[in-house]
Design a protein around this ligand. Structure first.
Ligand SMILES: Nc1ncnc2c1ncn2[C@@H]1O[C@H](COP(=O)(O)OP(=O)(O)OP(=O)(O)O)[C@@H](O)[C@H]1O
Ligand SMILES: [Mg+2]
Length: 253
């Protein structure tokens, strides 16, 4: 696979919110079969970039390409059906639905005709597979609103996987998890990325620097809406601009 053929490519994306420049000519690539980390201080623009990629925010300028196709003007649902799935920084589950039905709803949203009840058997199979893969069997019948944060994070991952994504965007998935839960989450994530097939690839926003350094193939660093570094974990970790802007003394890796 040529290196110049990333699954996702963001070029010179700029986003303004009123007087705030949330992103300024930002570039980002995610290669097939890999985990790309997206890190930076609070307010750097990480979630905004996710919103641009998923179609929640329209950039003032710049392009987003997915598998070679320019999707910059596509509506959200079309991106979802093309295989772009995400989780949210603040858990956004259907609190009144069971875990199983949360996953089924995510699958339905990703498949044309599914909301009309067509292909329901297929949906159940996909959902059961994801539940098995994430070890959620005992929680499948529980109402999502009653879960702990750690359980909720797993269900969010499950919802994203139930859409059978080609790329998985995770916004601070280990936030609120304790050490053991984070390690469990890491293992599930490593099991979810399509190393062999190339899909899904993963784009990971995460403040747990040790986790990011351990599992990411490449890392992009944002600061005040600008990309200040891109490279291998070891390169990024020792980059003086990154140390000054973000890692400082707290570099756990
Ligand atoms: N909908 C919005 N309206 C106005 N300003 C916004 C909006 N969303 C984000 N911003 C601003 O854009 C900048 C980038 O915010 P963003 O949420 O993308 O940062 P982040 O890197 O995800 O931060 P964190 O690590 O805290 O989640 C911030 O200055 C933020 O206040
Ligand atoms: Mg954020």
């Amino acid at each position: 696979m040529p290196a110049e053929d990333p699954l996702l490519s963001v070029r010179e994306v700029t986003v303004h919110f009123g007087g705030v420049t949330a992103l300024s000519r930002v570039d980002l690539e995610v290669n097939r079969g890999t985990i790309t980390g997206l890190i930076g201080p609070n307010g750097a623009g990480k979630t905004t970039l996710f919103n641009v990629i998923t179609g929640l925010v329209t950039p003032r300028s710049g392009r987003v390409r997915f598998d070679g196709t320019d999707i910059t003007g596509w509506p959200r649902h079309r991106r979802g059906r093309a295989g772009i799935a995400r989780t949210f920084q603040r858990l956004e589950l259907f609190g009144g639905l069971t875990v199983h039905d949360n996953l089924l709803a995510a699958w339905e949203a990703s498949v044309p005709g599914a909301v009309l009840g067509m292909r329901r058997g297929e949906g159940r199979r996909v959902v059961d597979e994801v539940i098995e893969k994430l070890g959620l069997g005992e929680l499948a019948g529980r109402v999502a609103g009653q879960l702990s944060t750690g359980q909720g994070r797993l269900v969010e991952l499950g919802r994203a996987l139930a859409a059978r994504p080609r790329i998985l965007l995770l916004d601070e998935p280990s936030s609120g998890l304790d050490q053991a839960e984070t390690e469990h989450f890491r293992d599930l994530l490593l099991g979810a990325v399509g190393r062999e097939s190339g899909e899904p690839a993963v784009l990971l926003v995460e403040h747990d620097v040790a986790l990011v350094m351990e599992i990411c193939d490449r890392i992009t660093v944002l600061d005040f809406g600008q990309r200040i570094a891109e490279g291998l974990p070891a390169e990024v970790r020792s980059d003086p601009r990154v140390v000054a802007a973000y890692l400082g003394d707290s570099d756990a890796a």
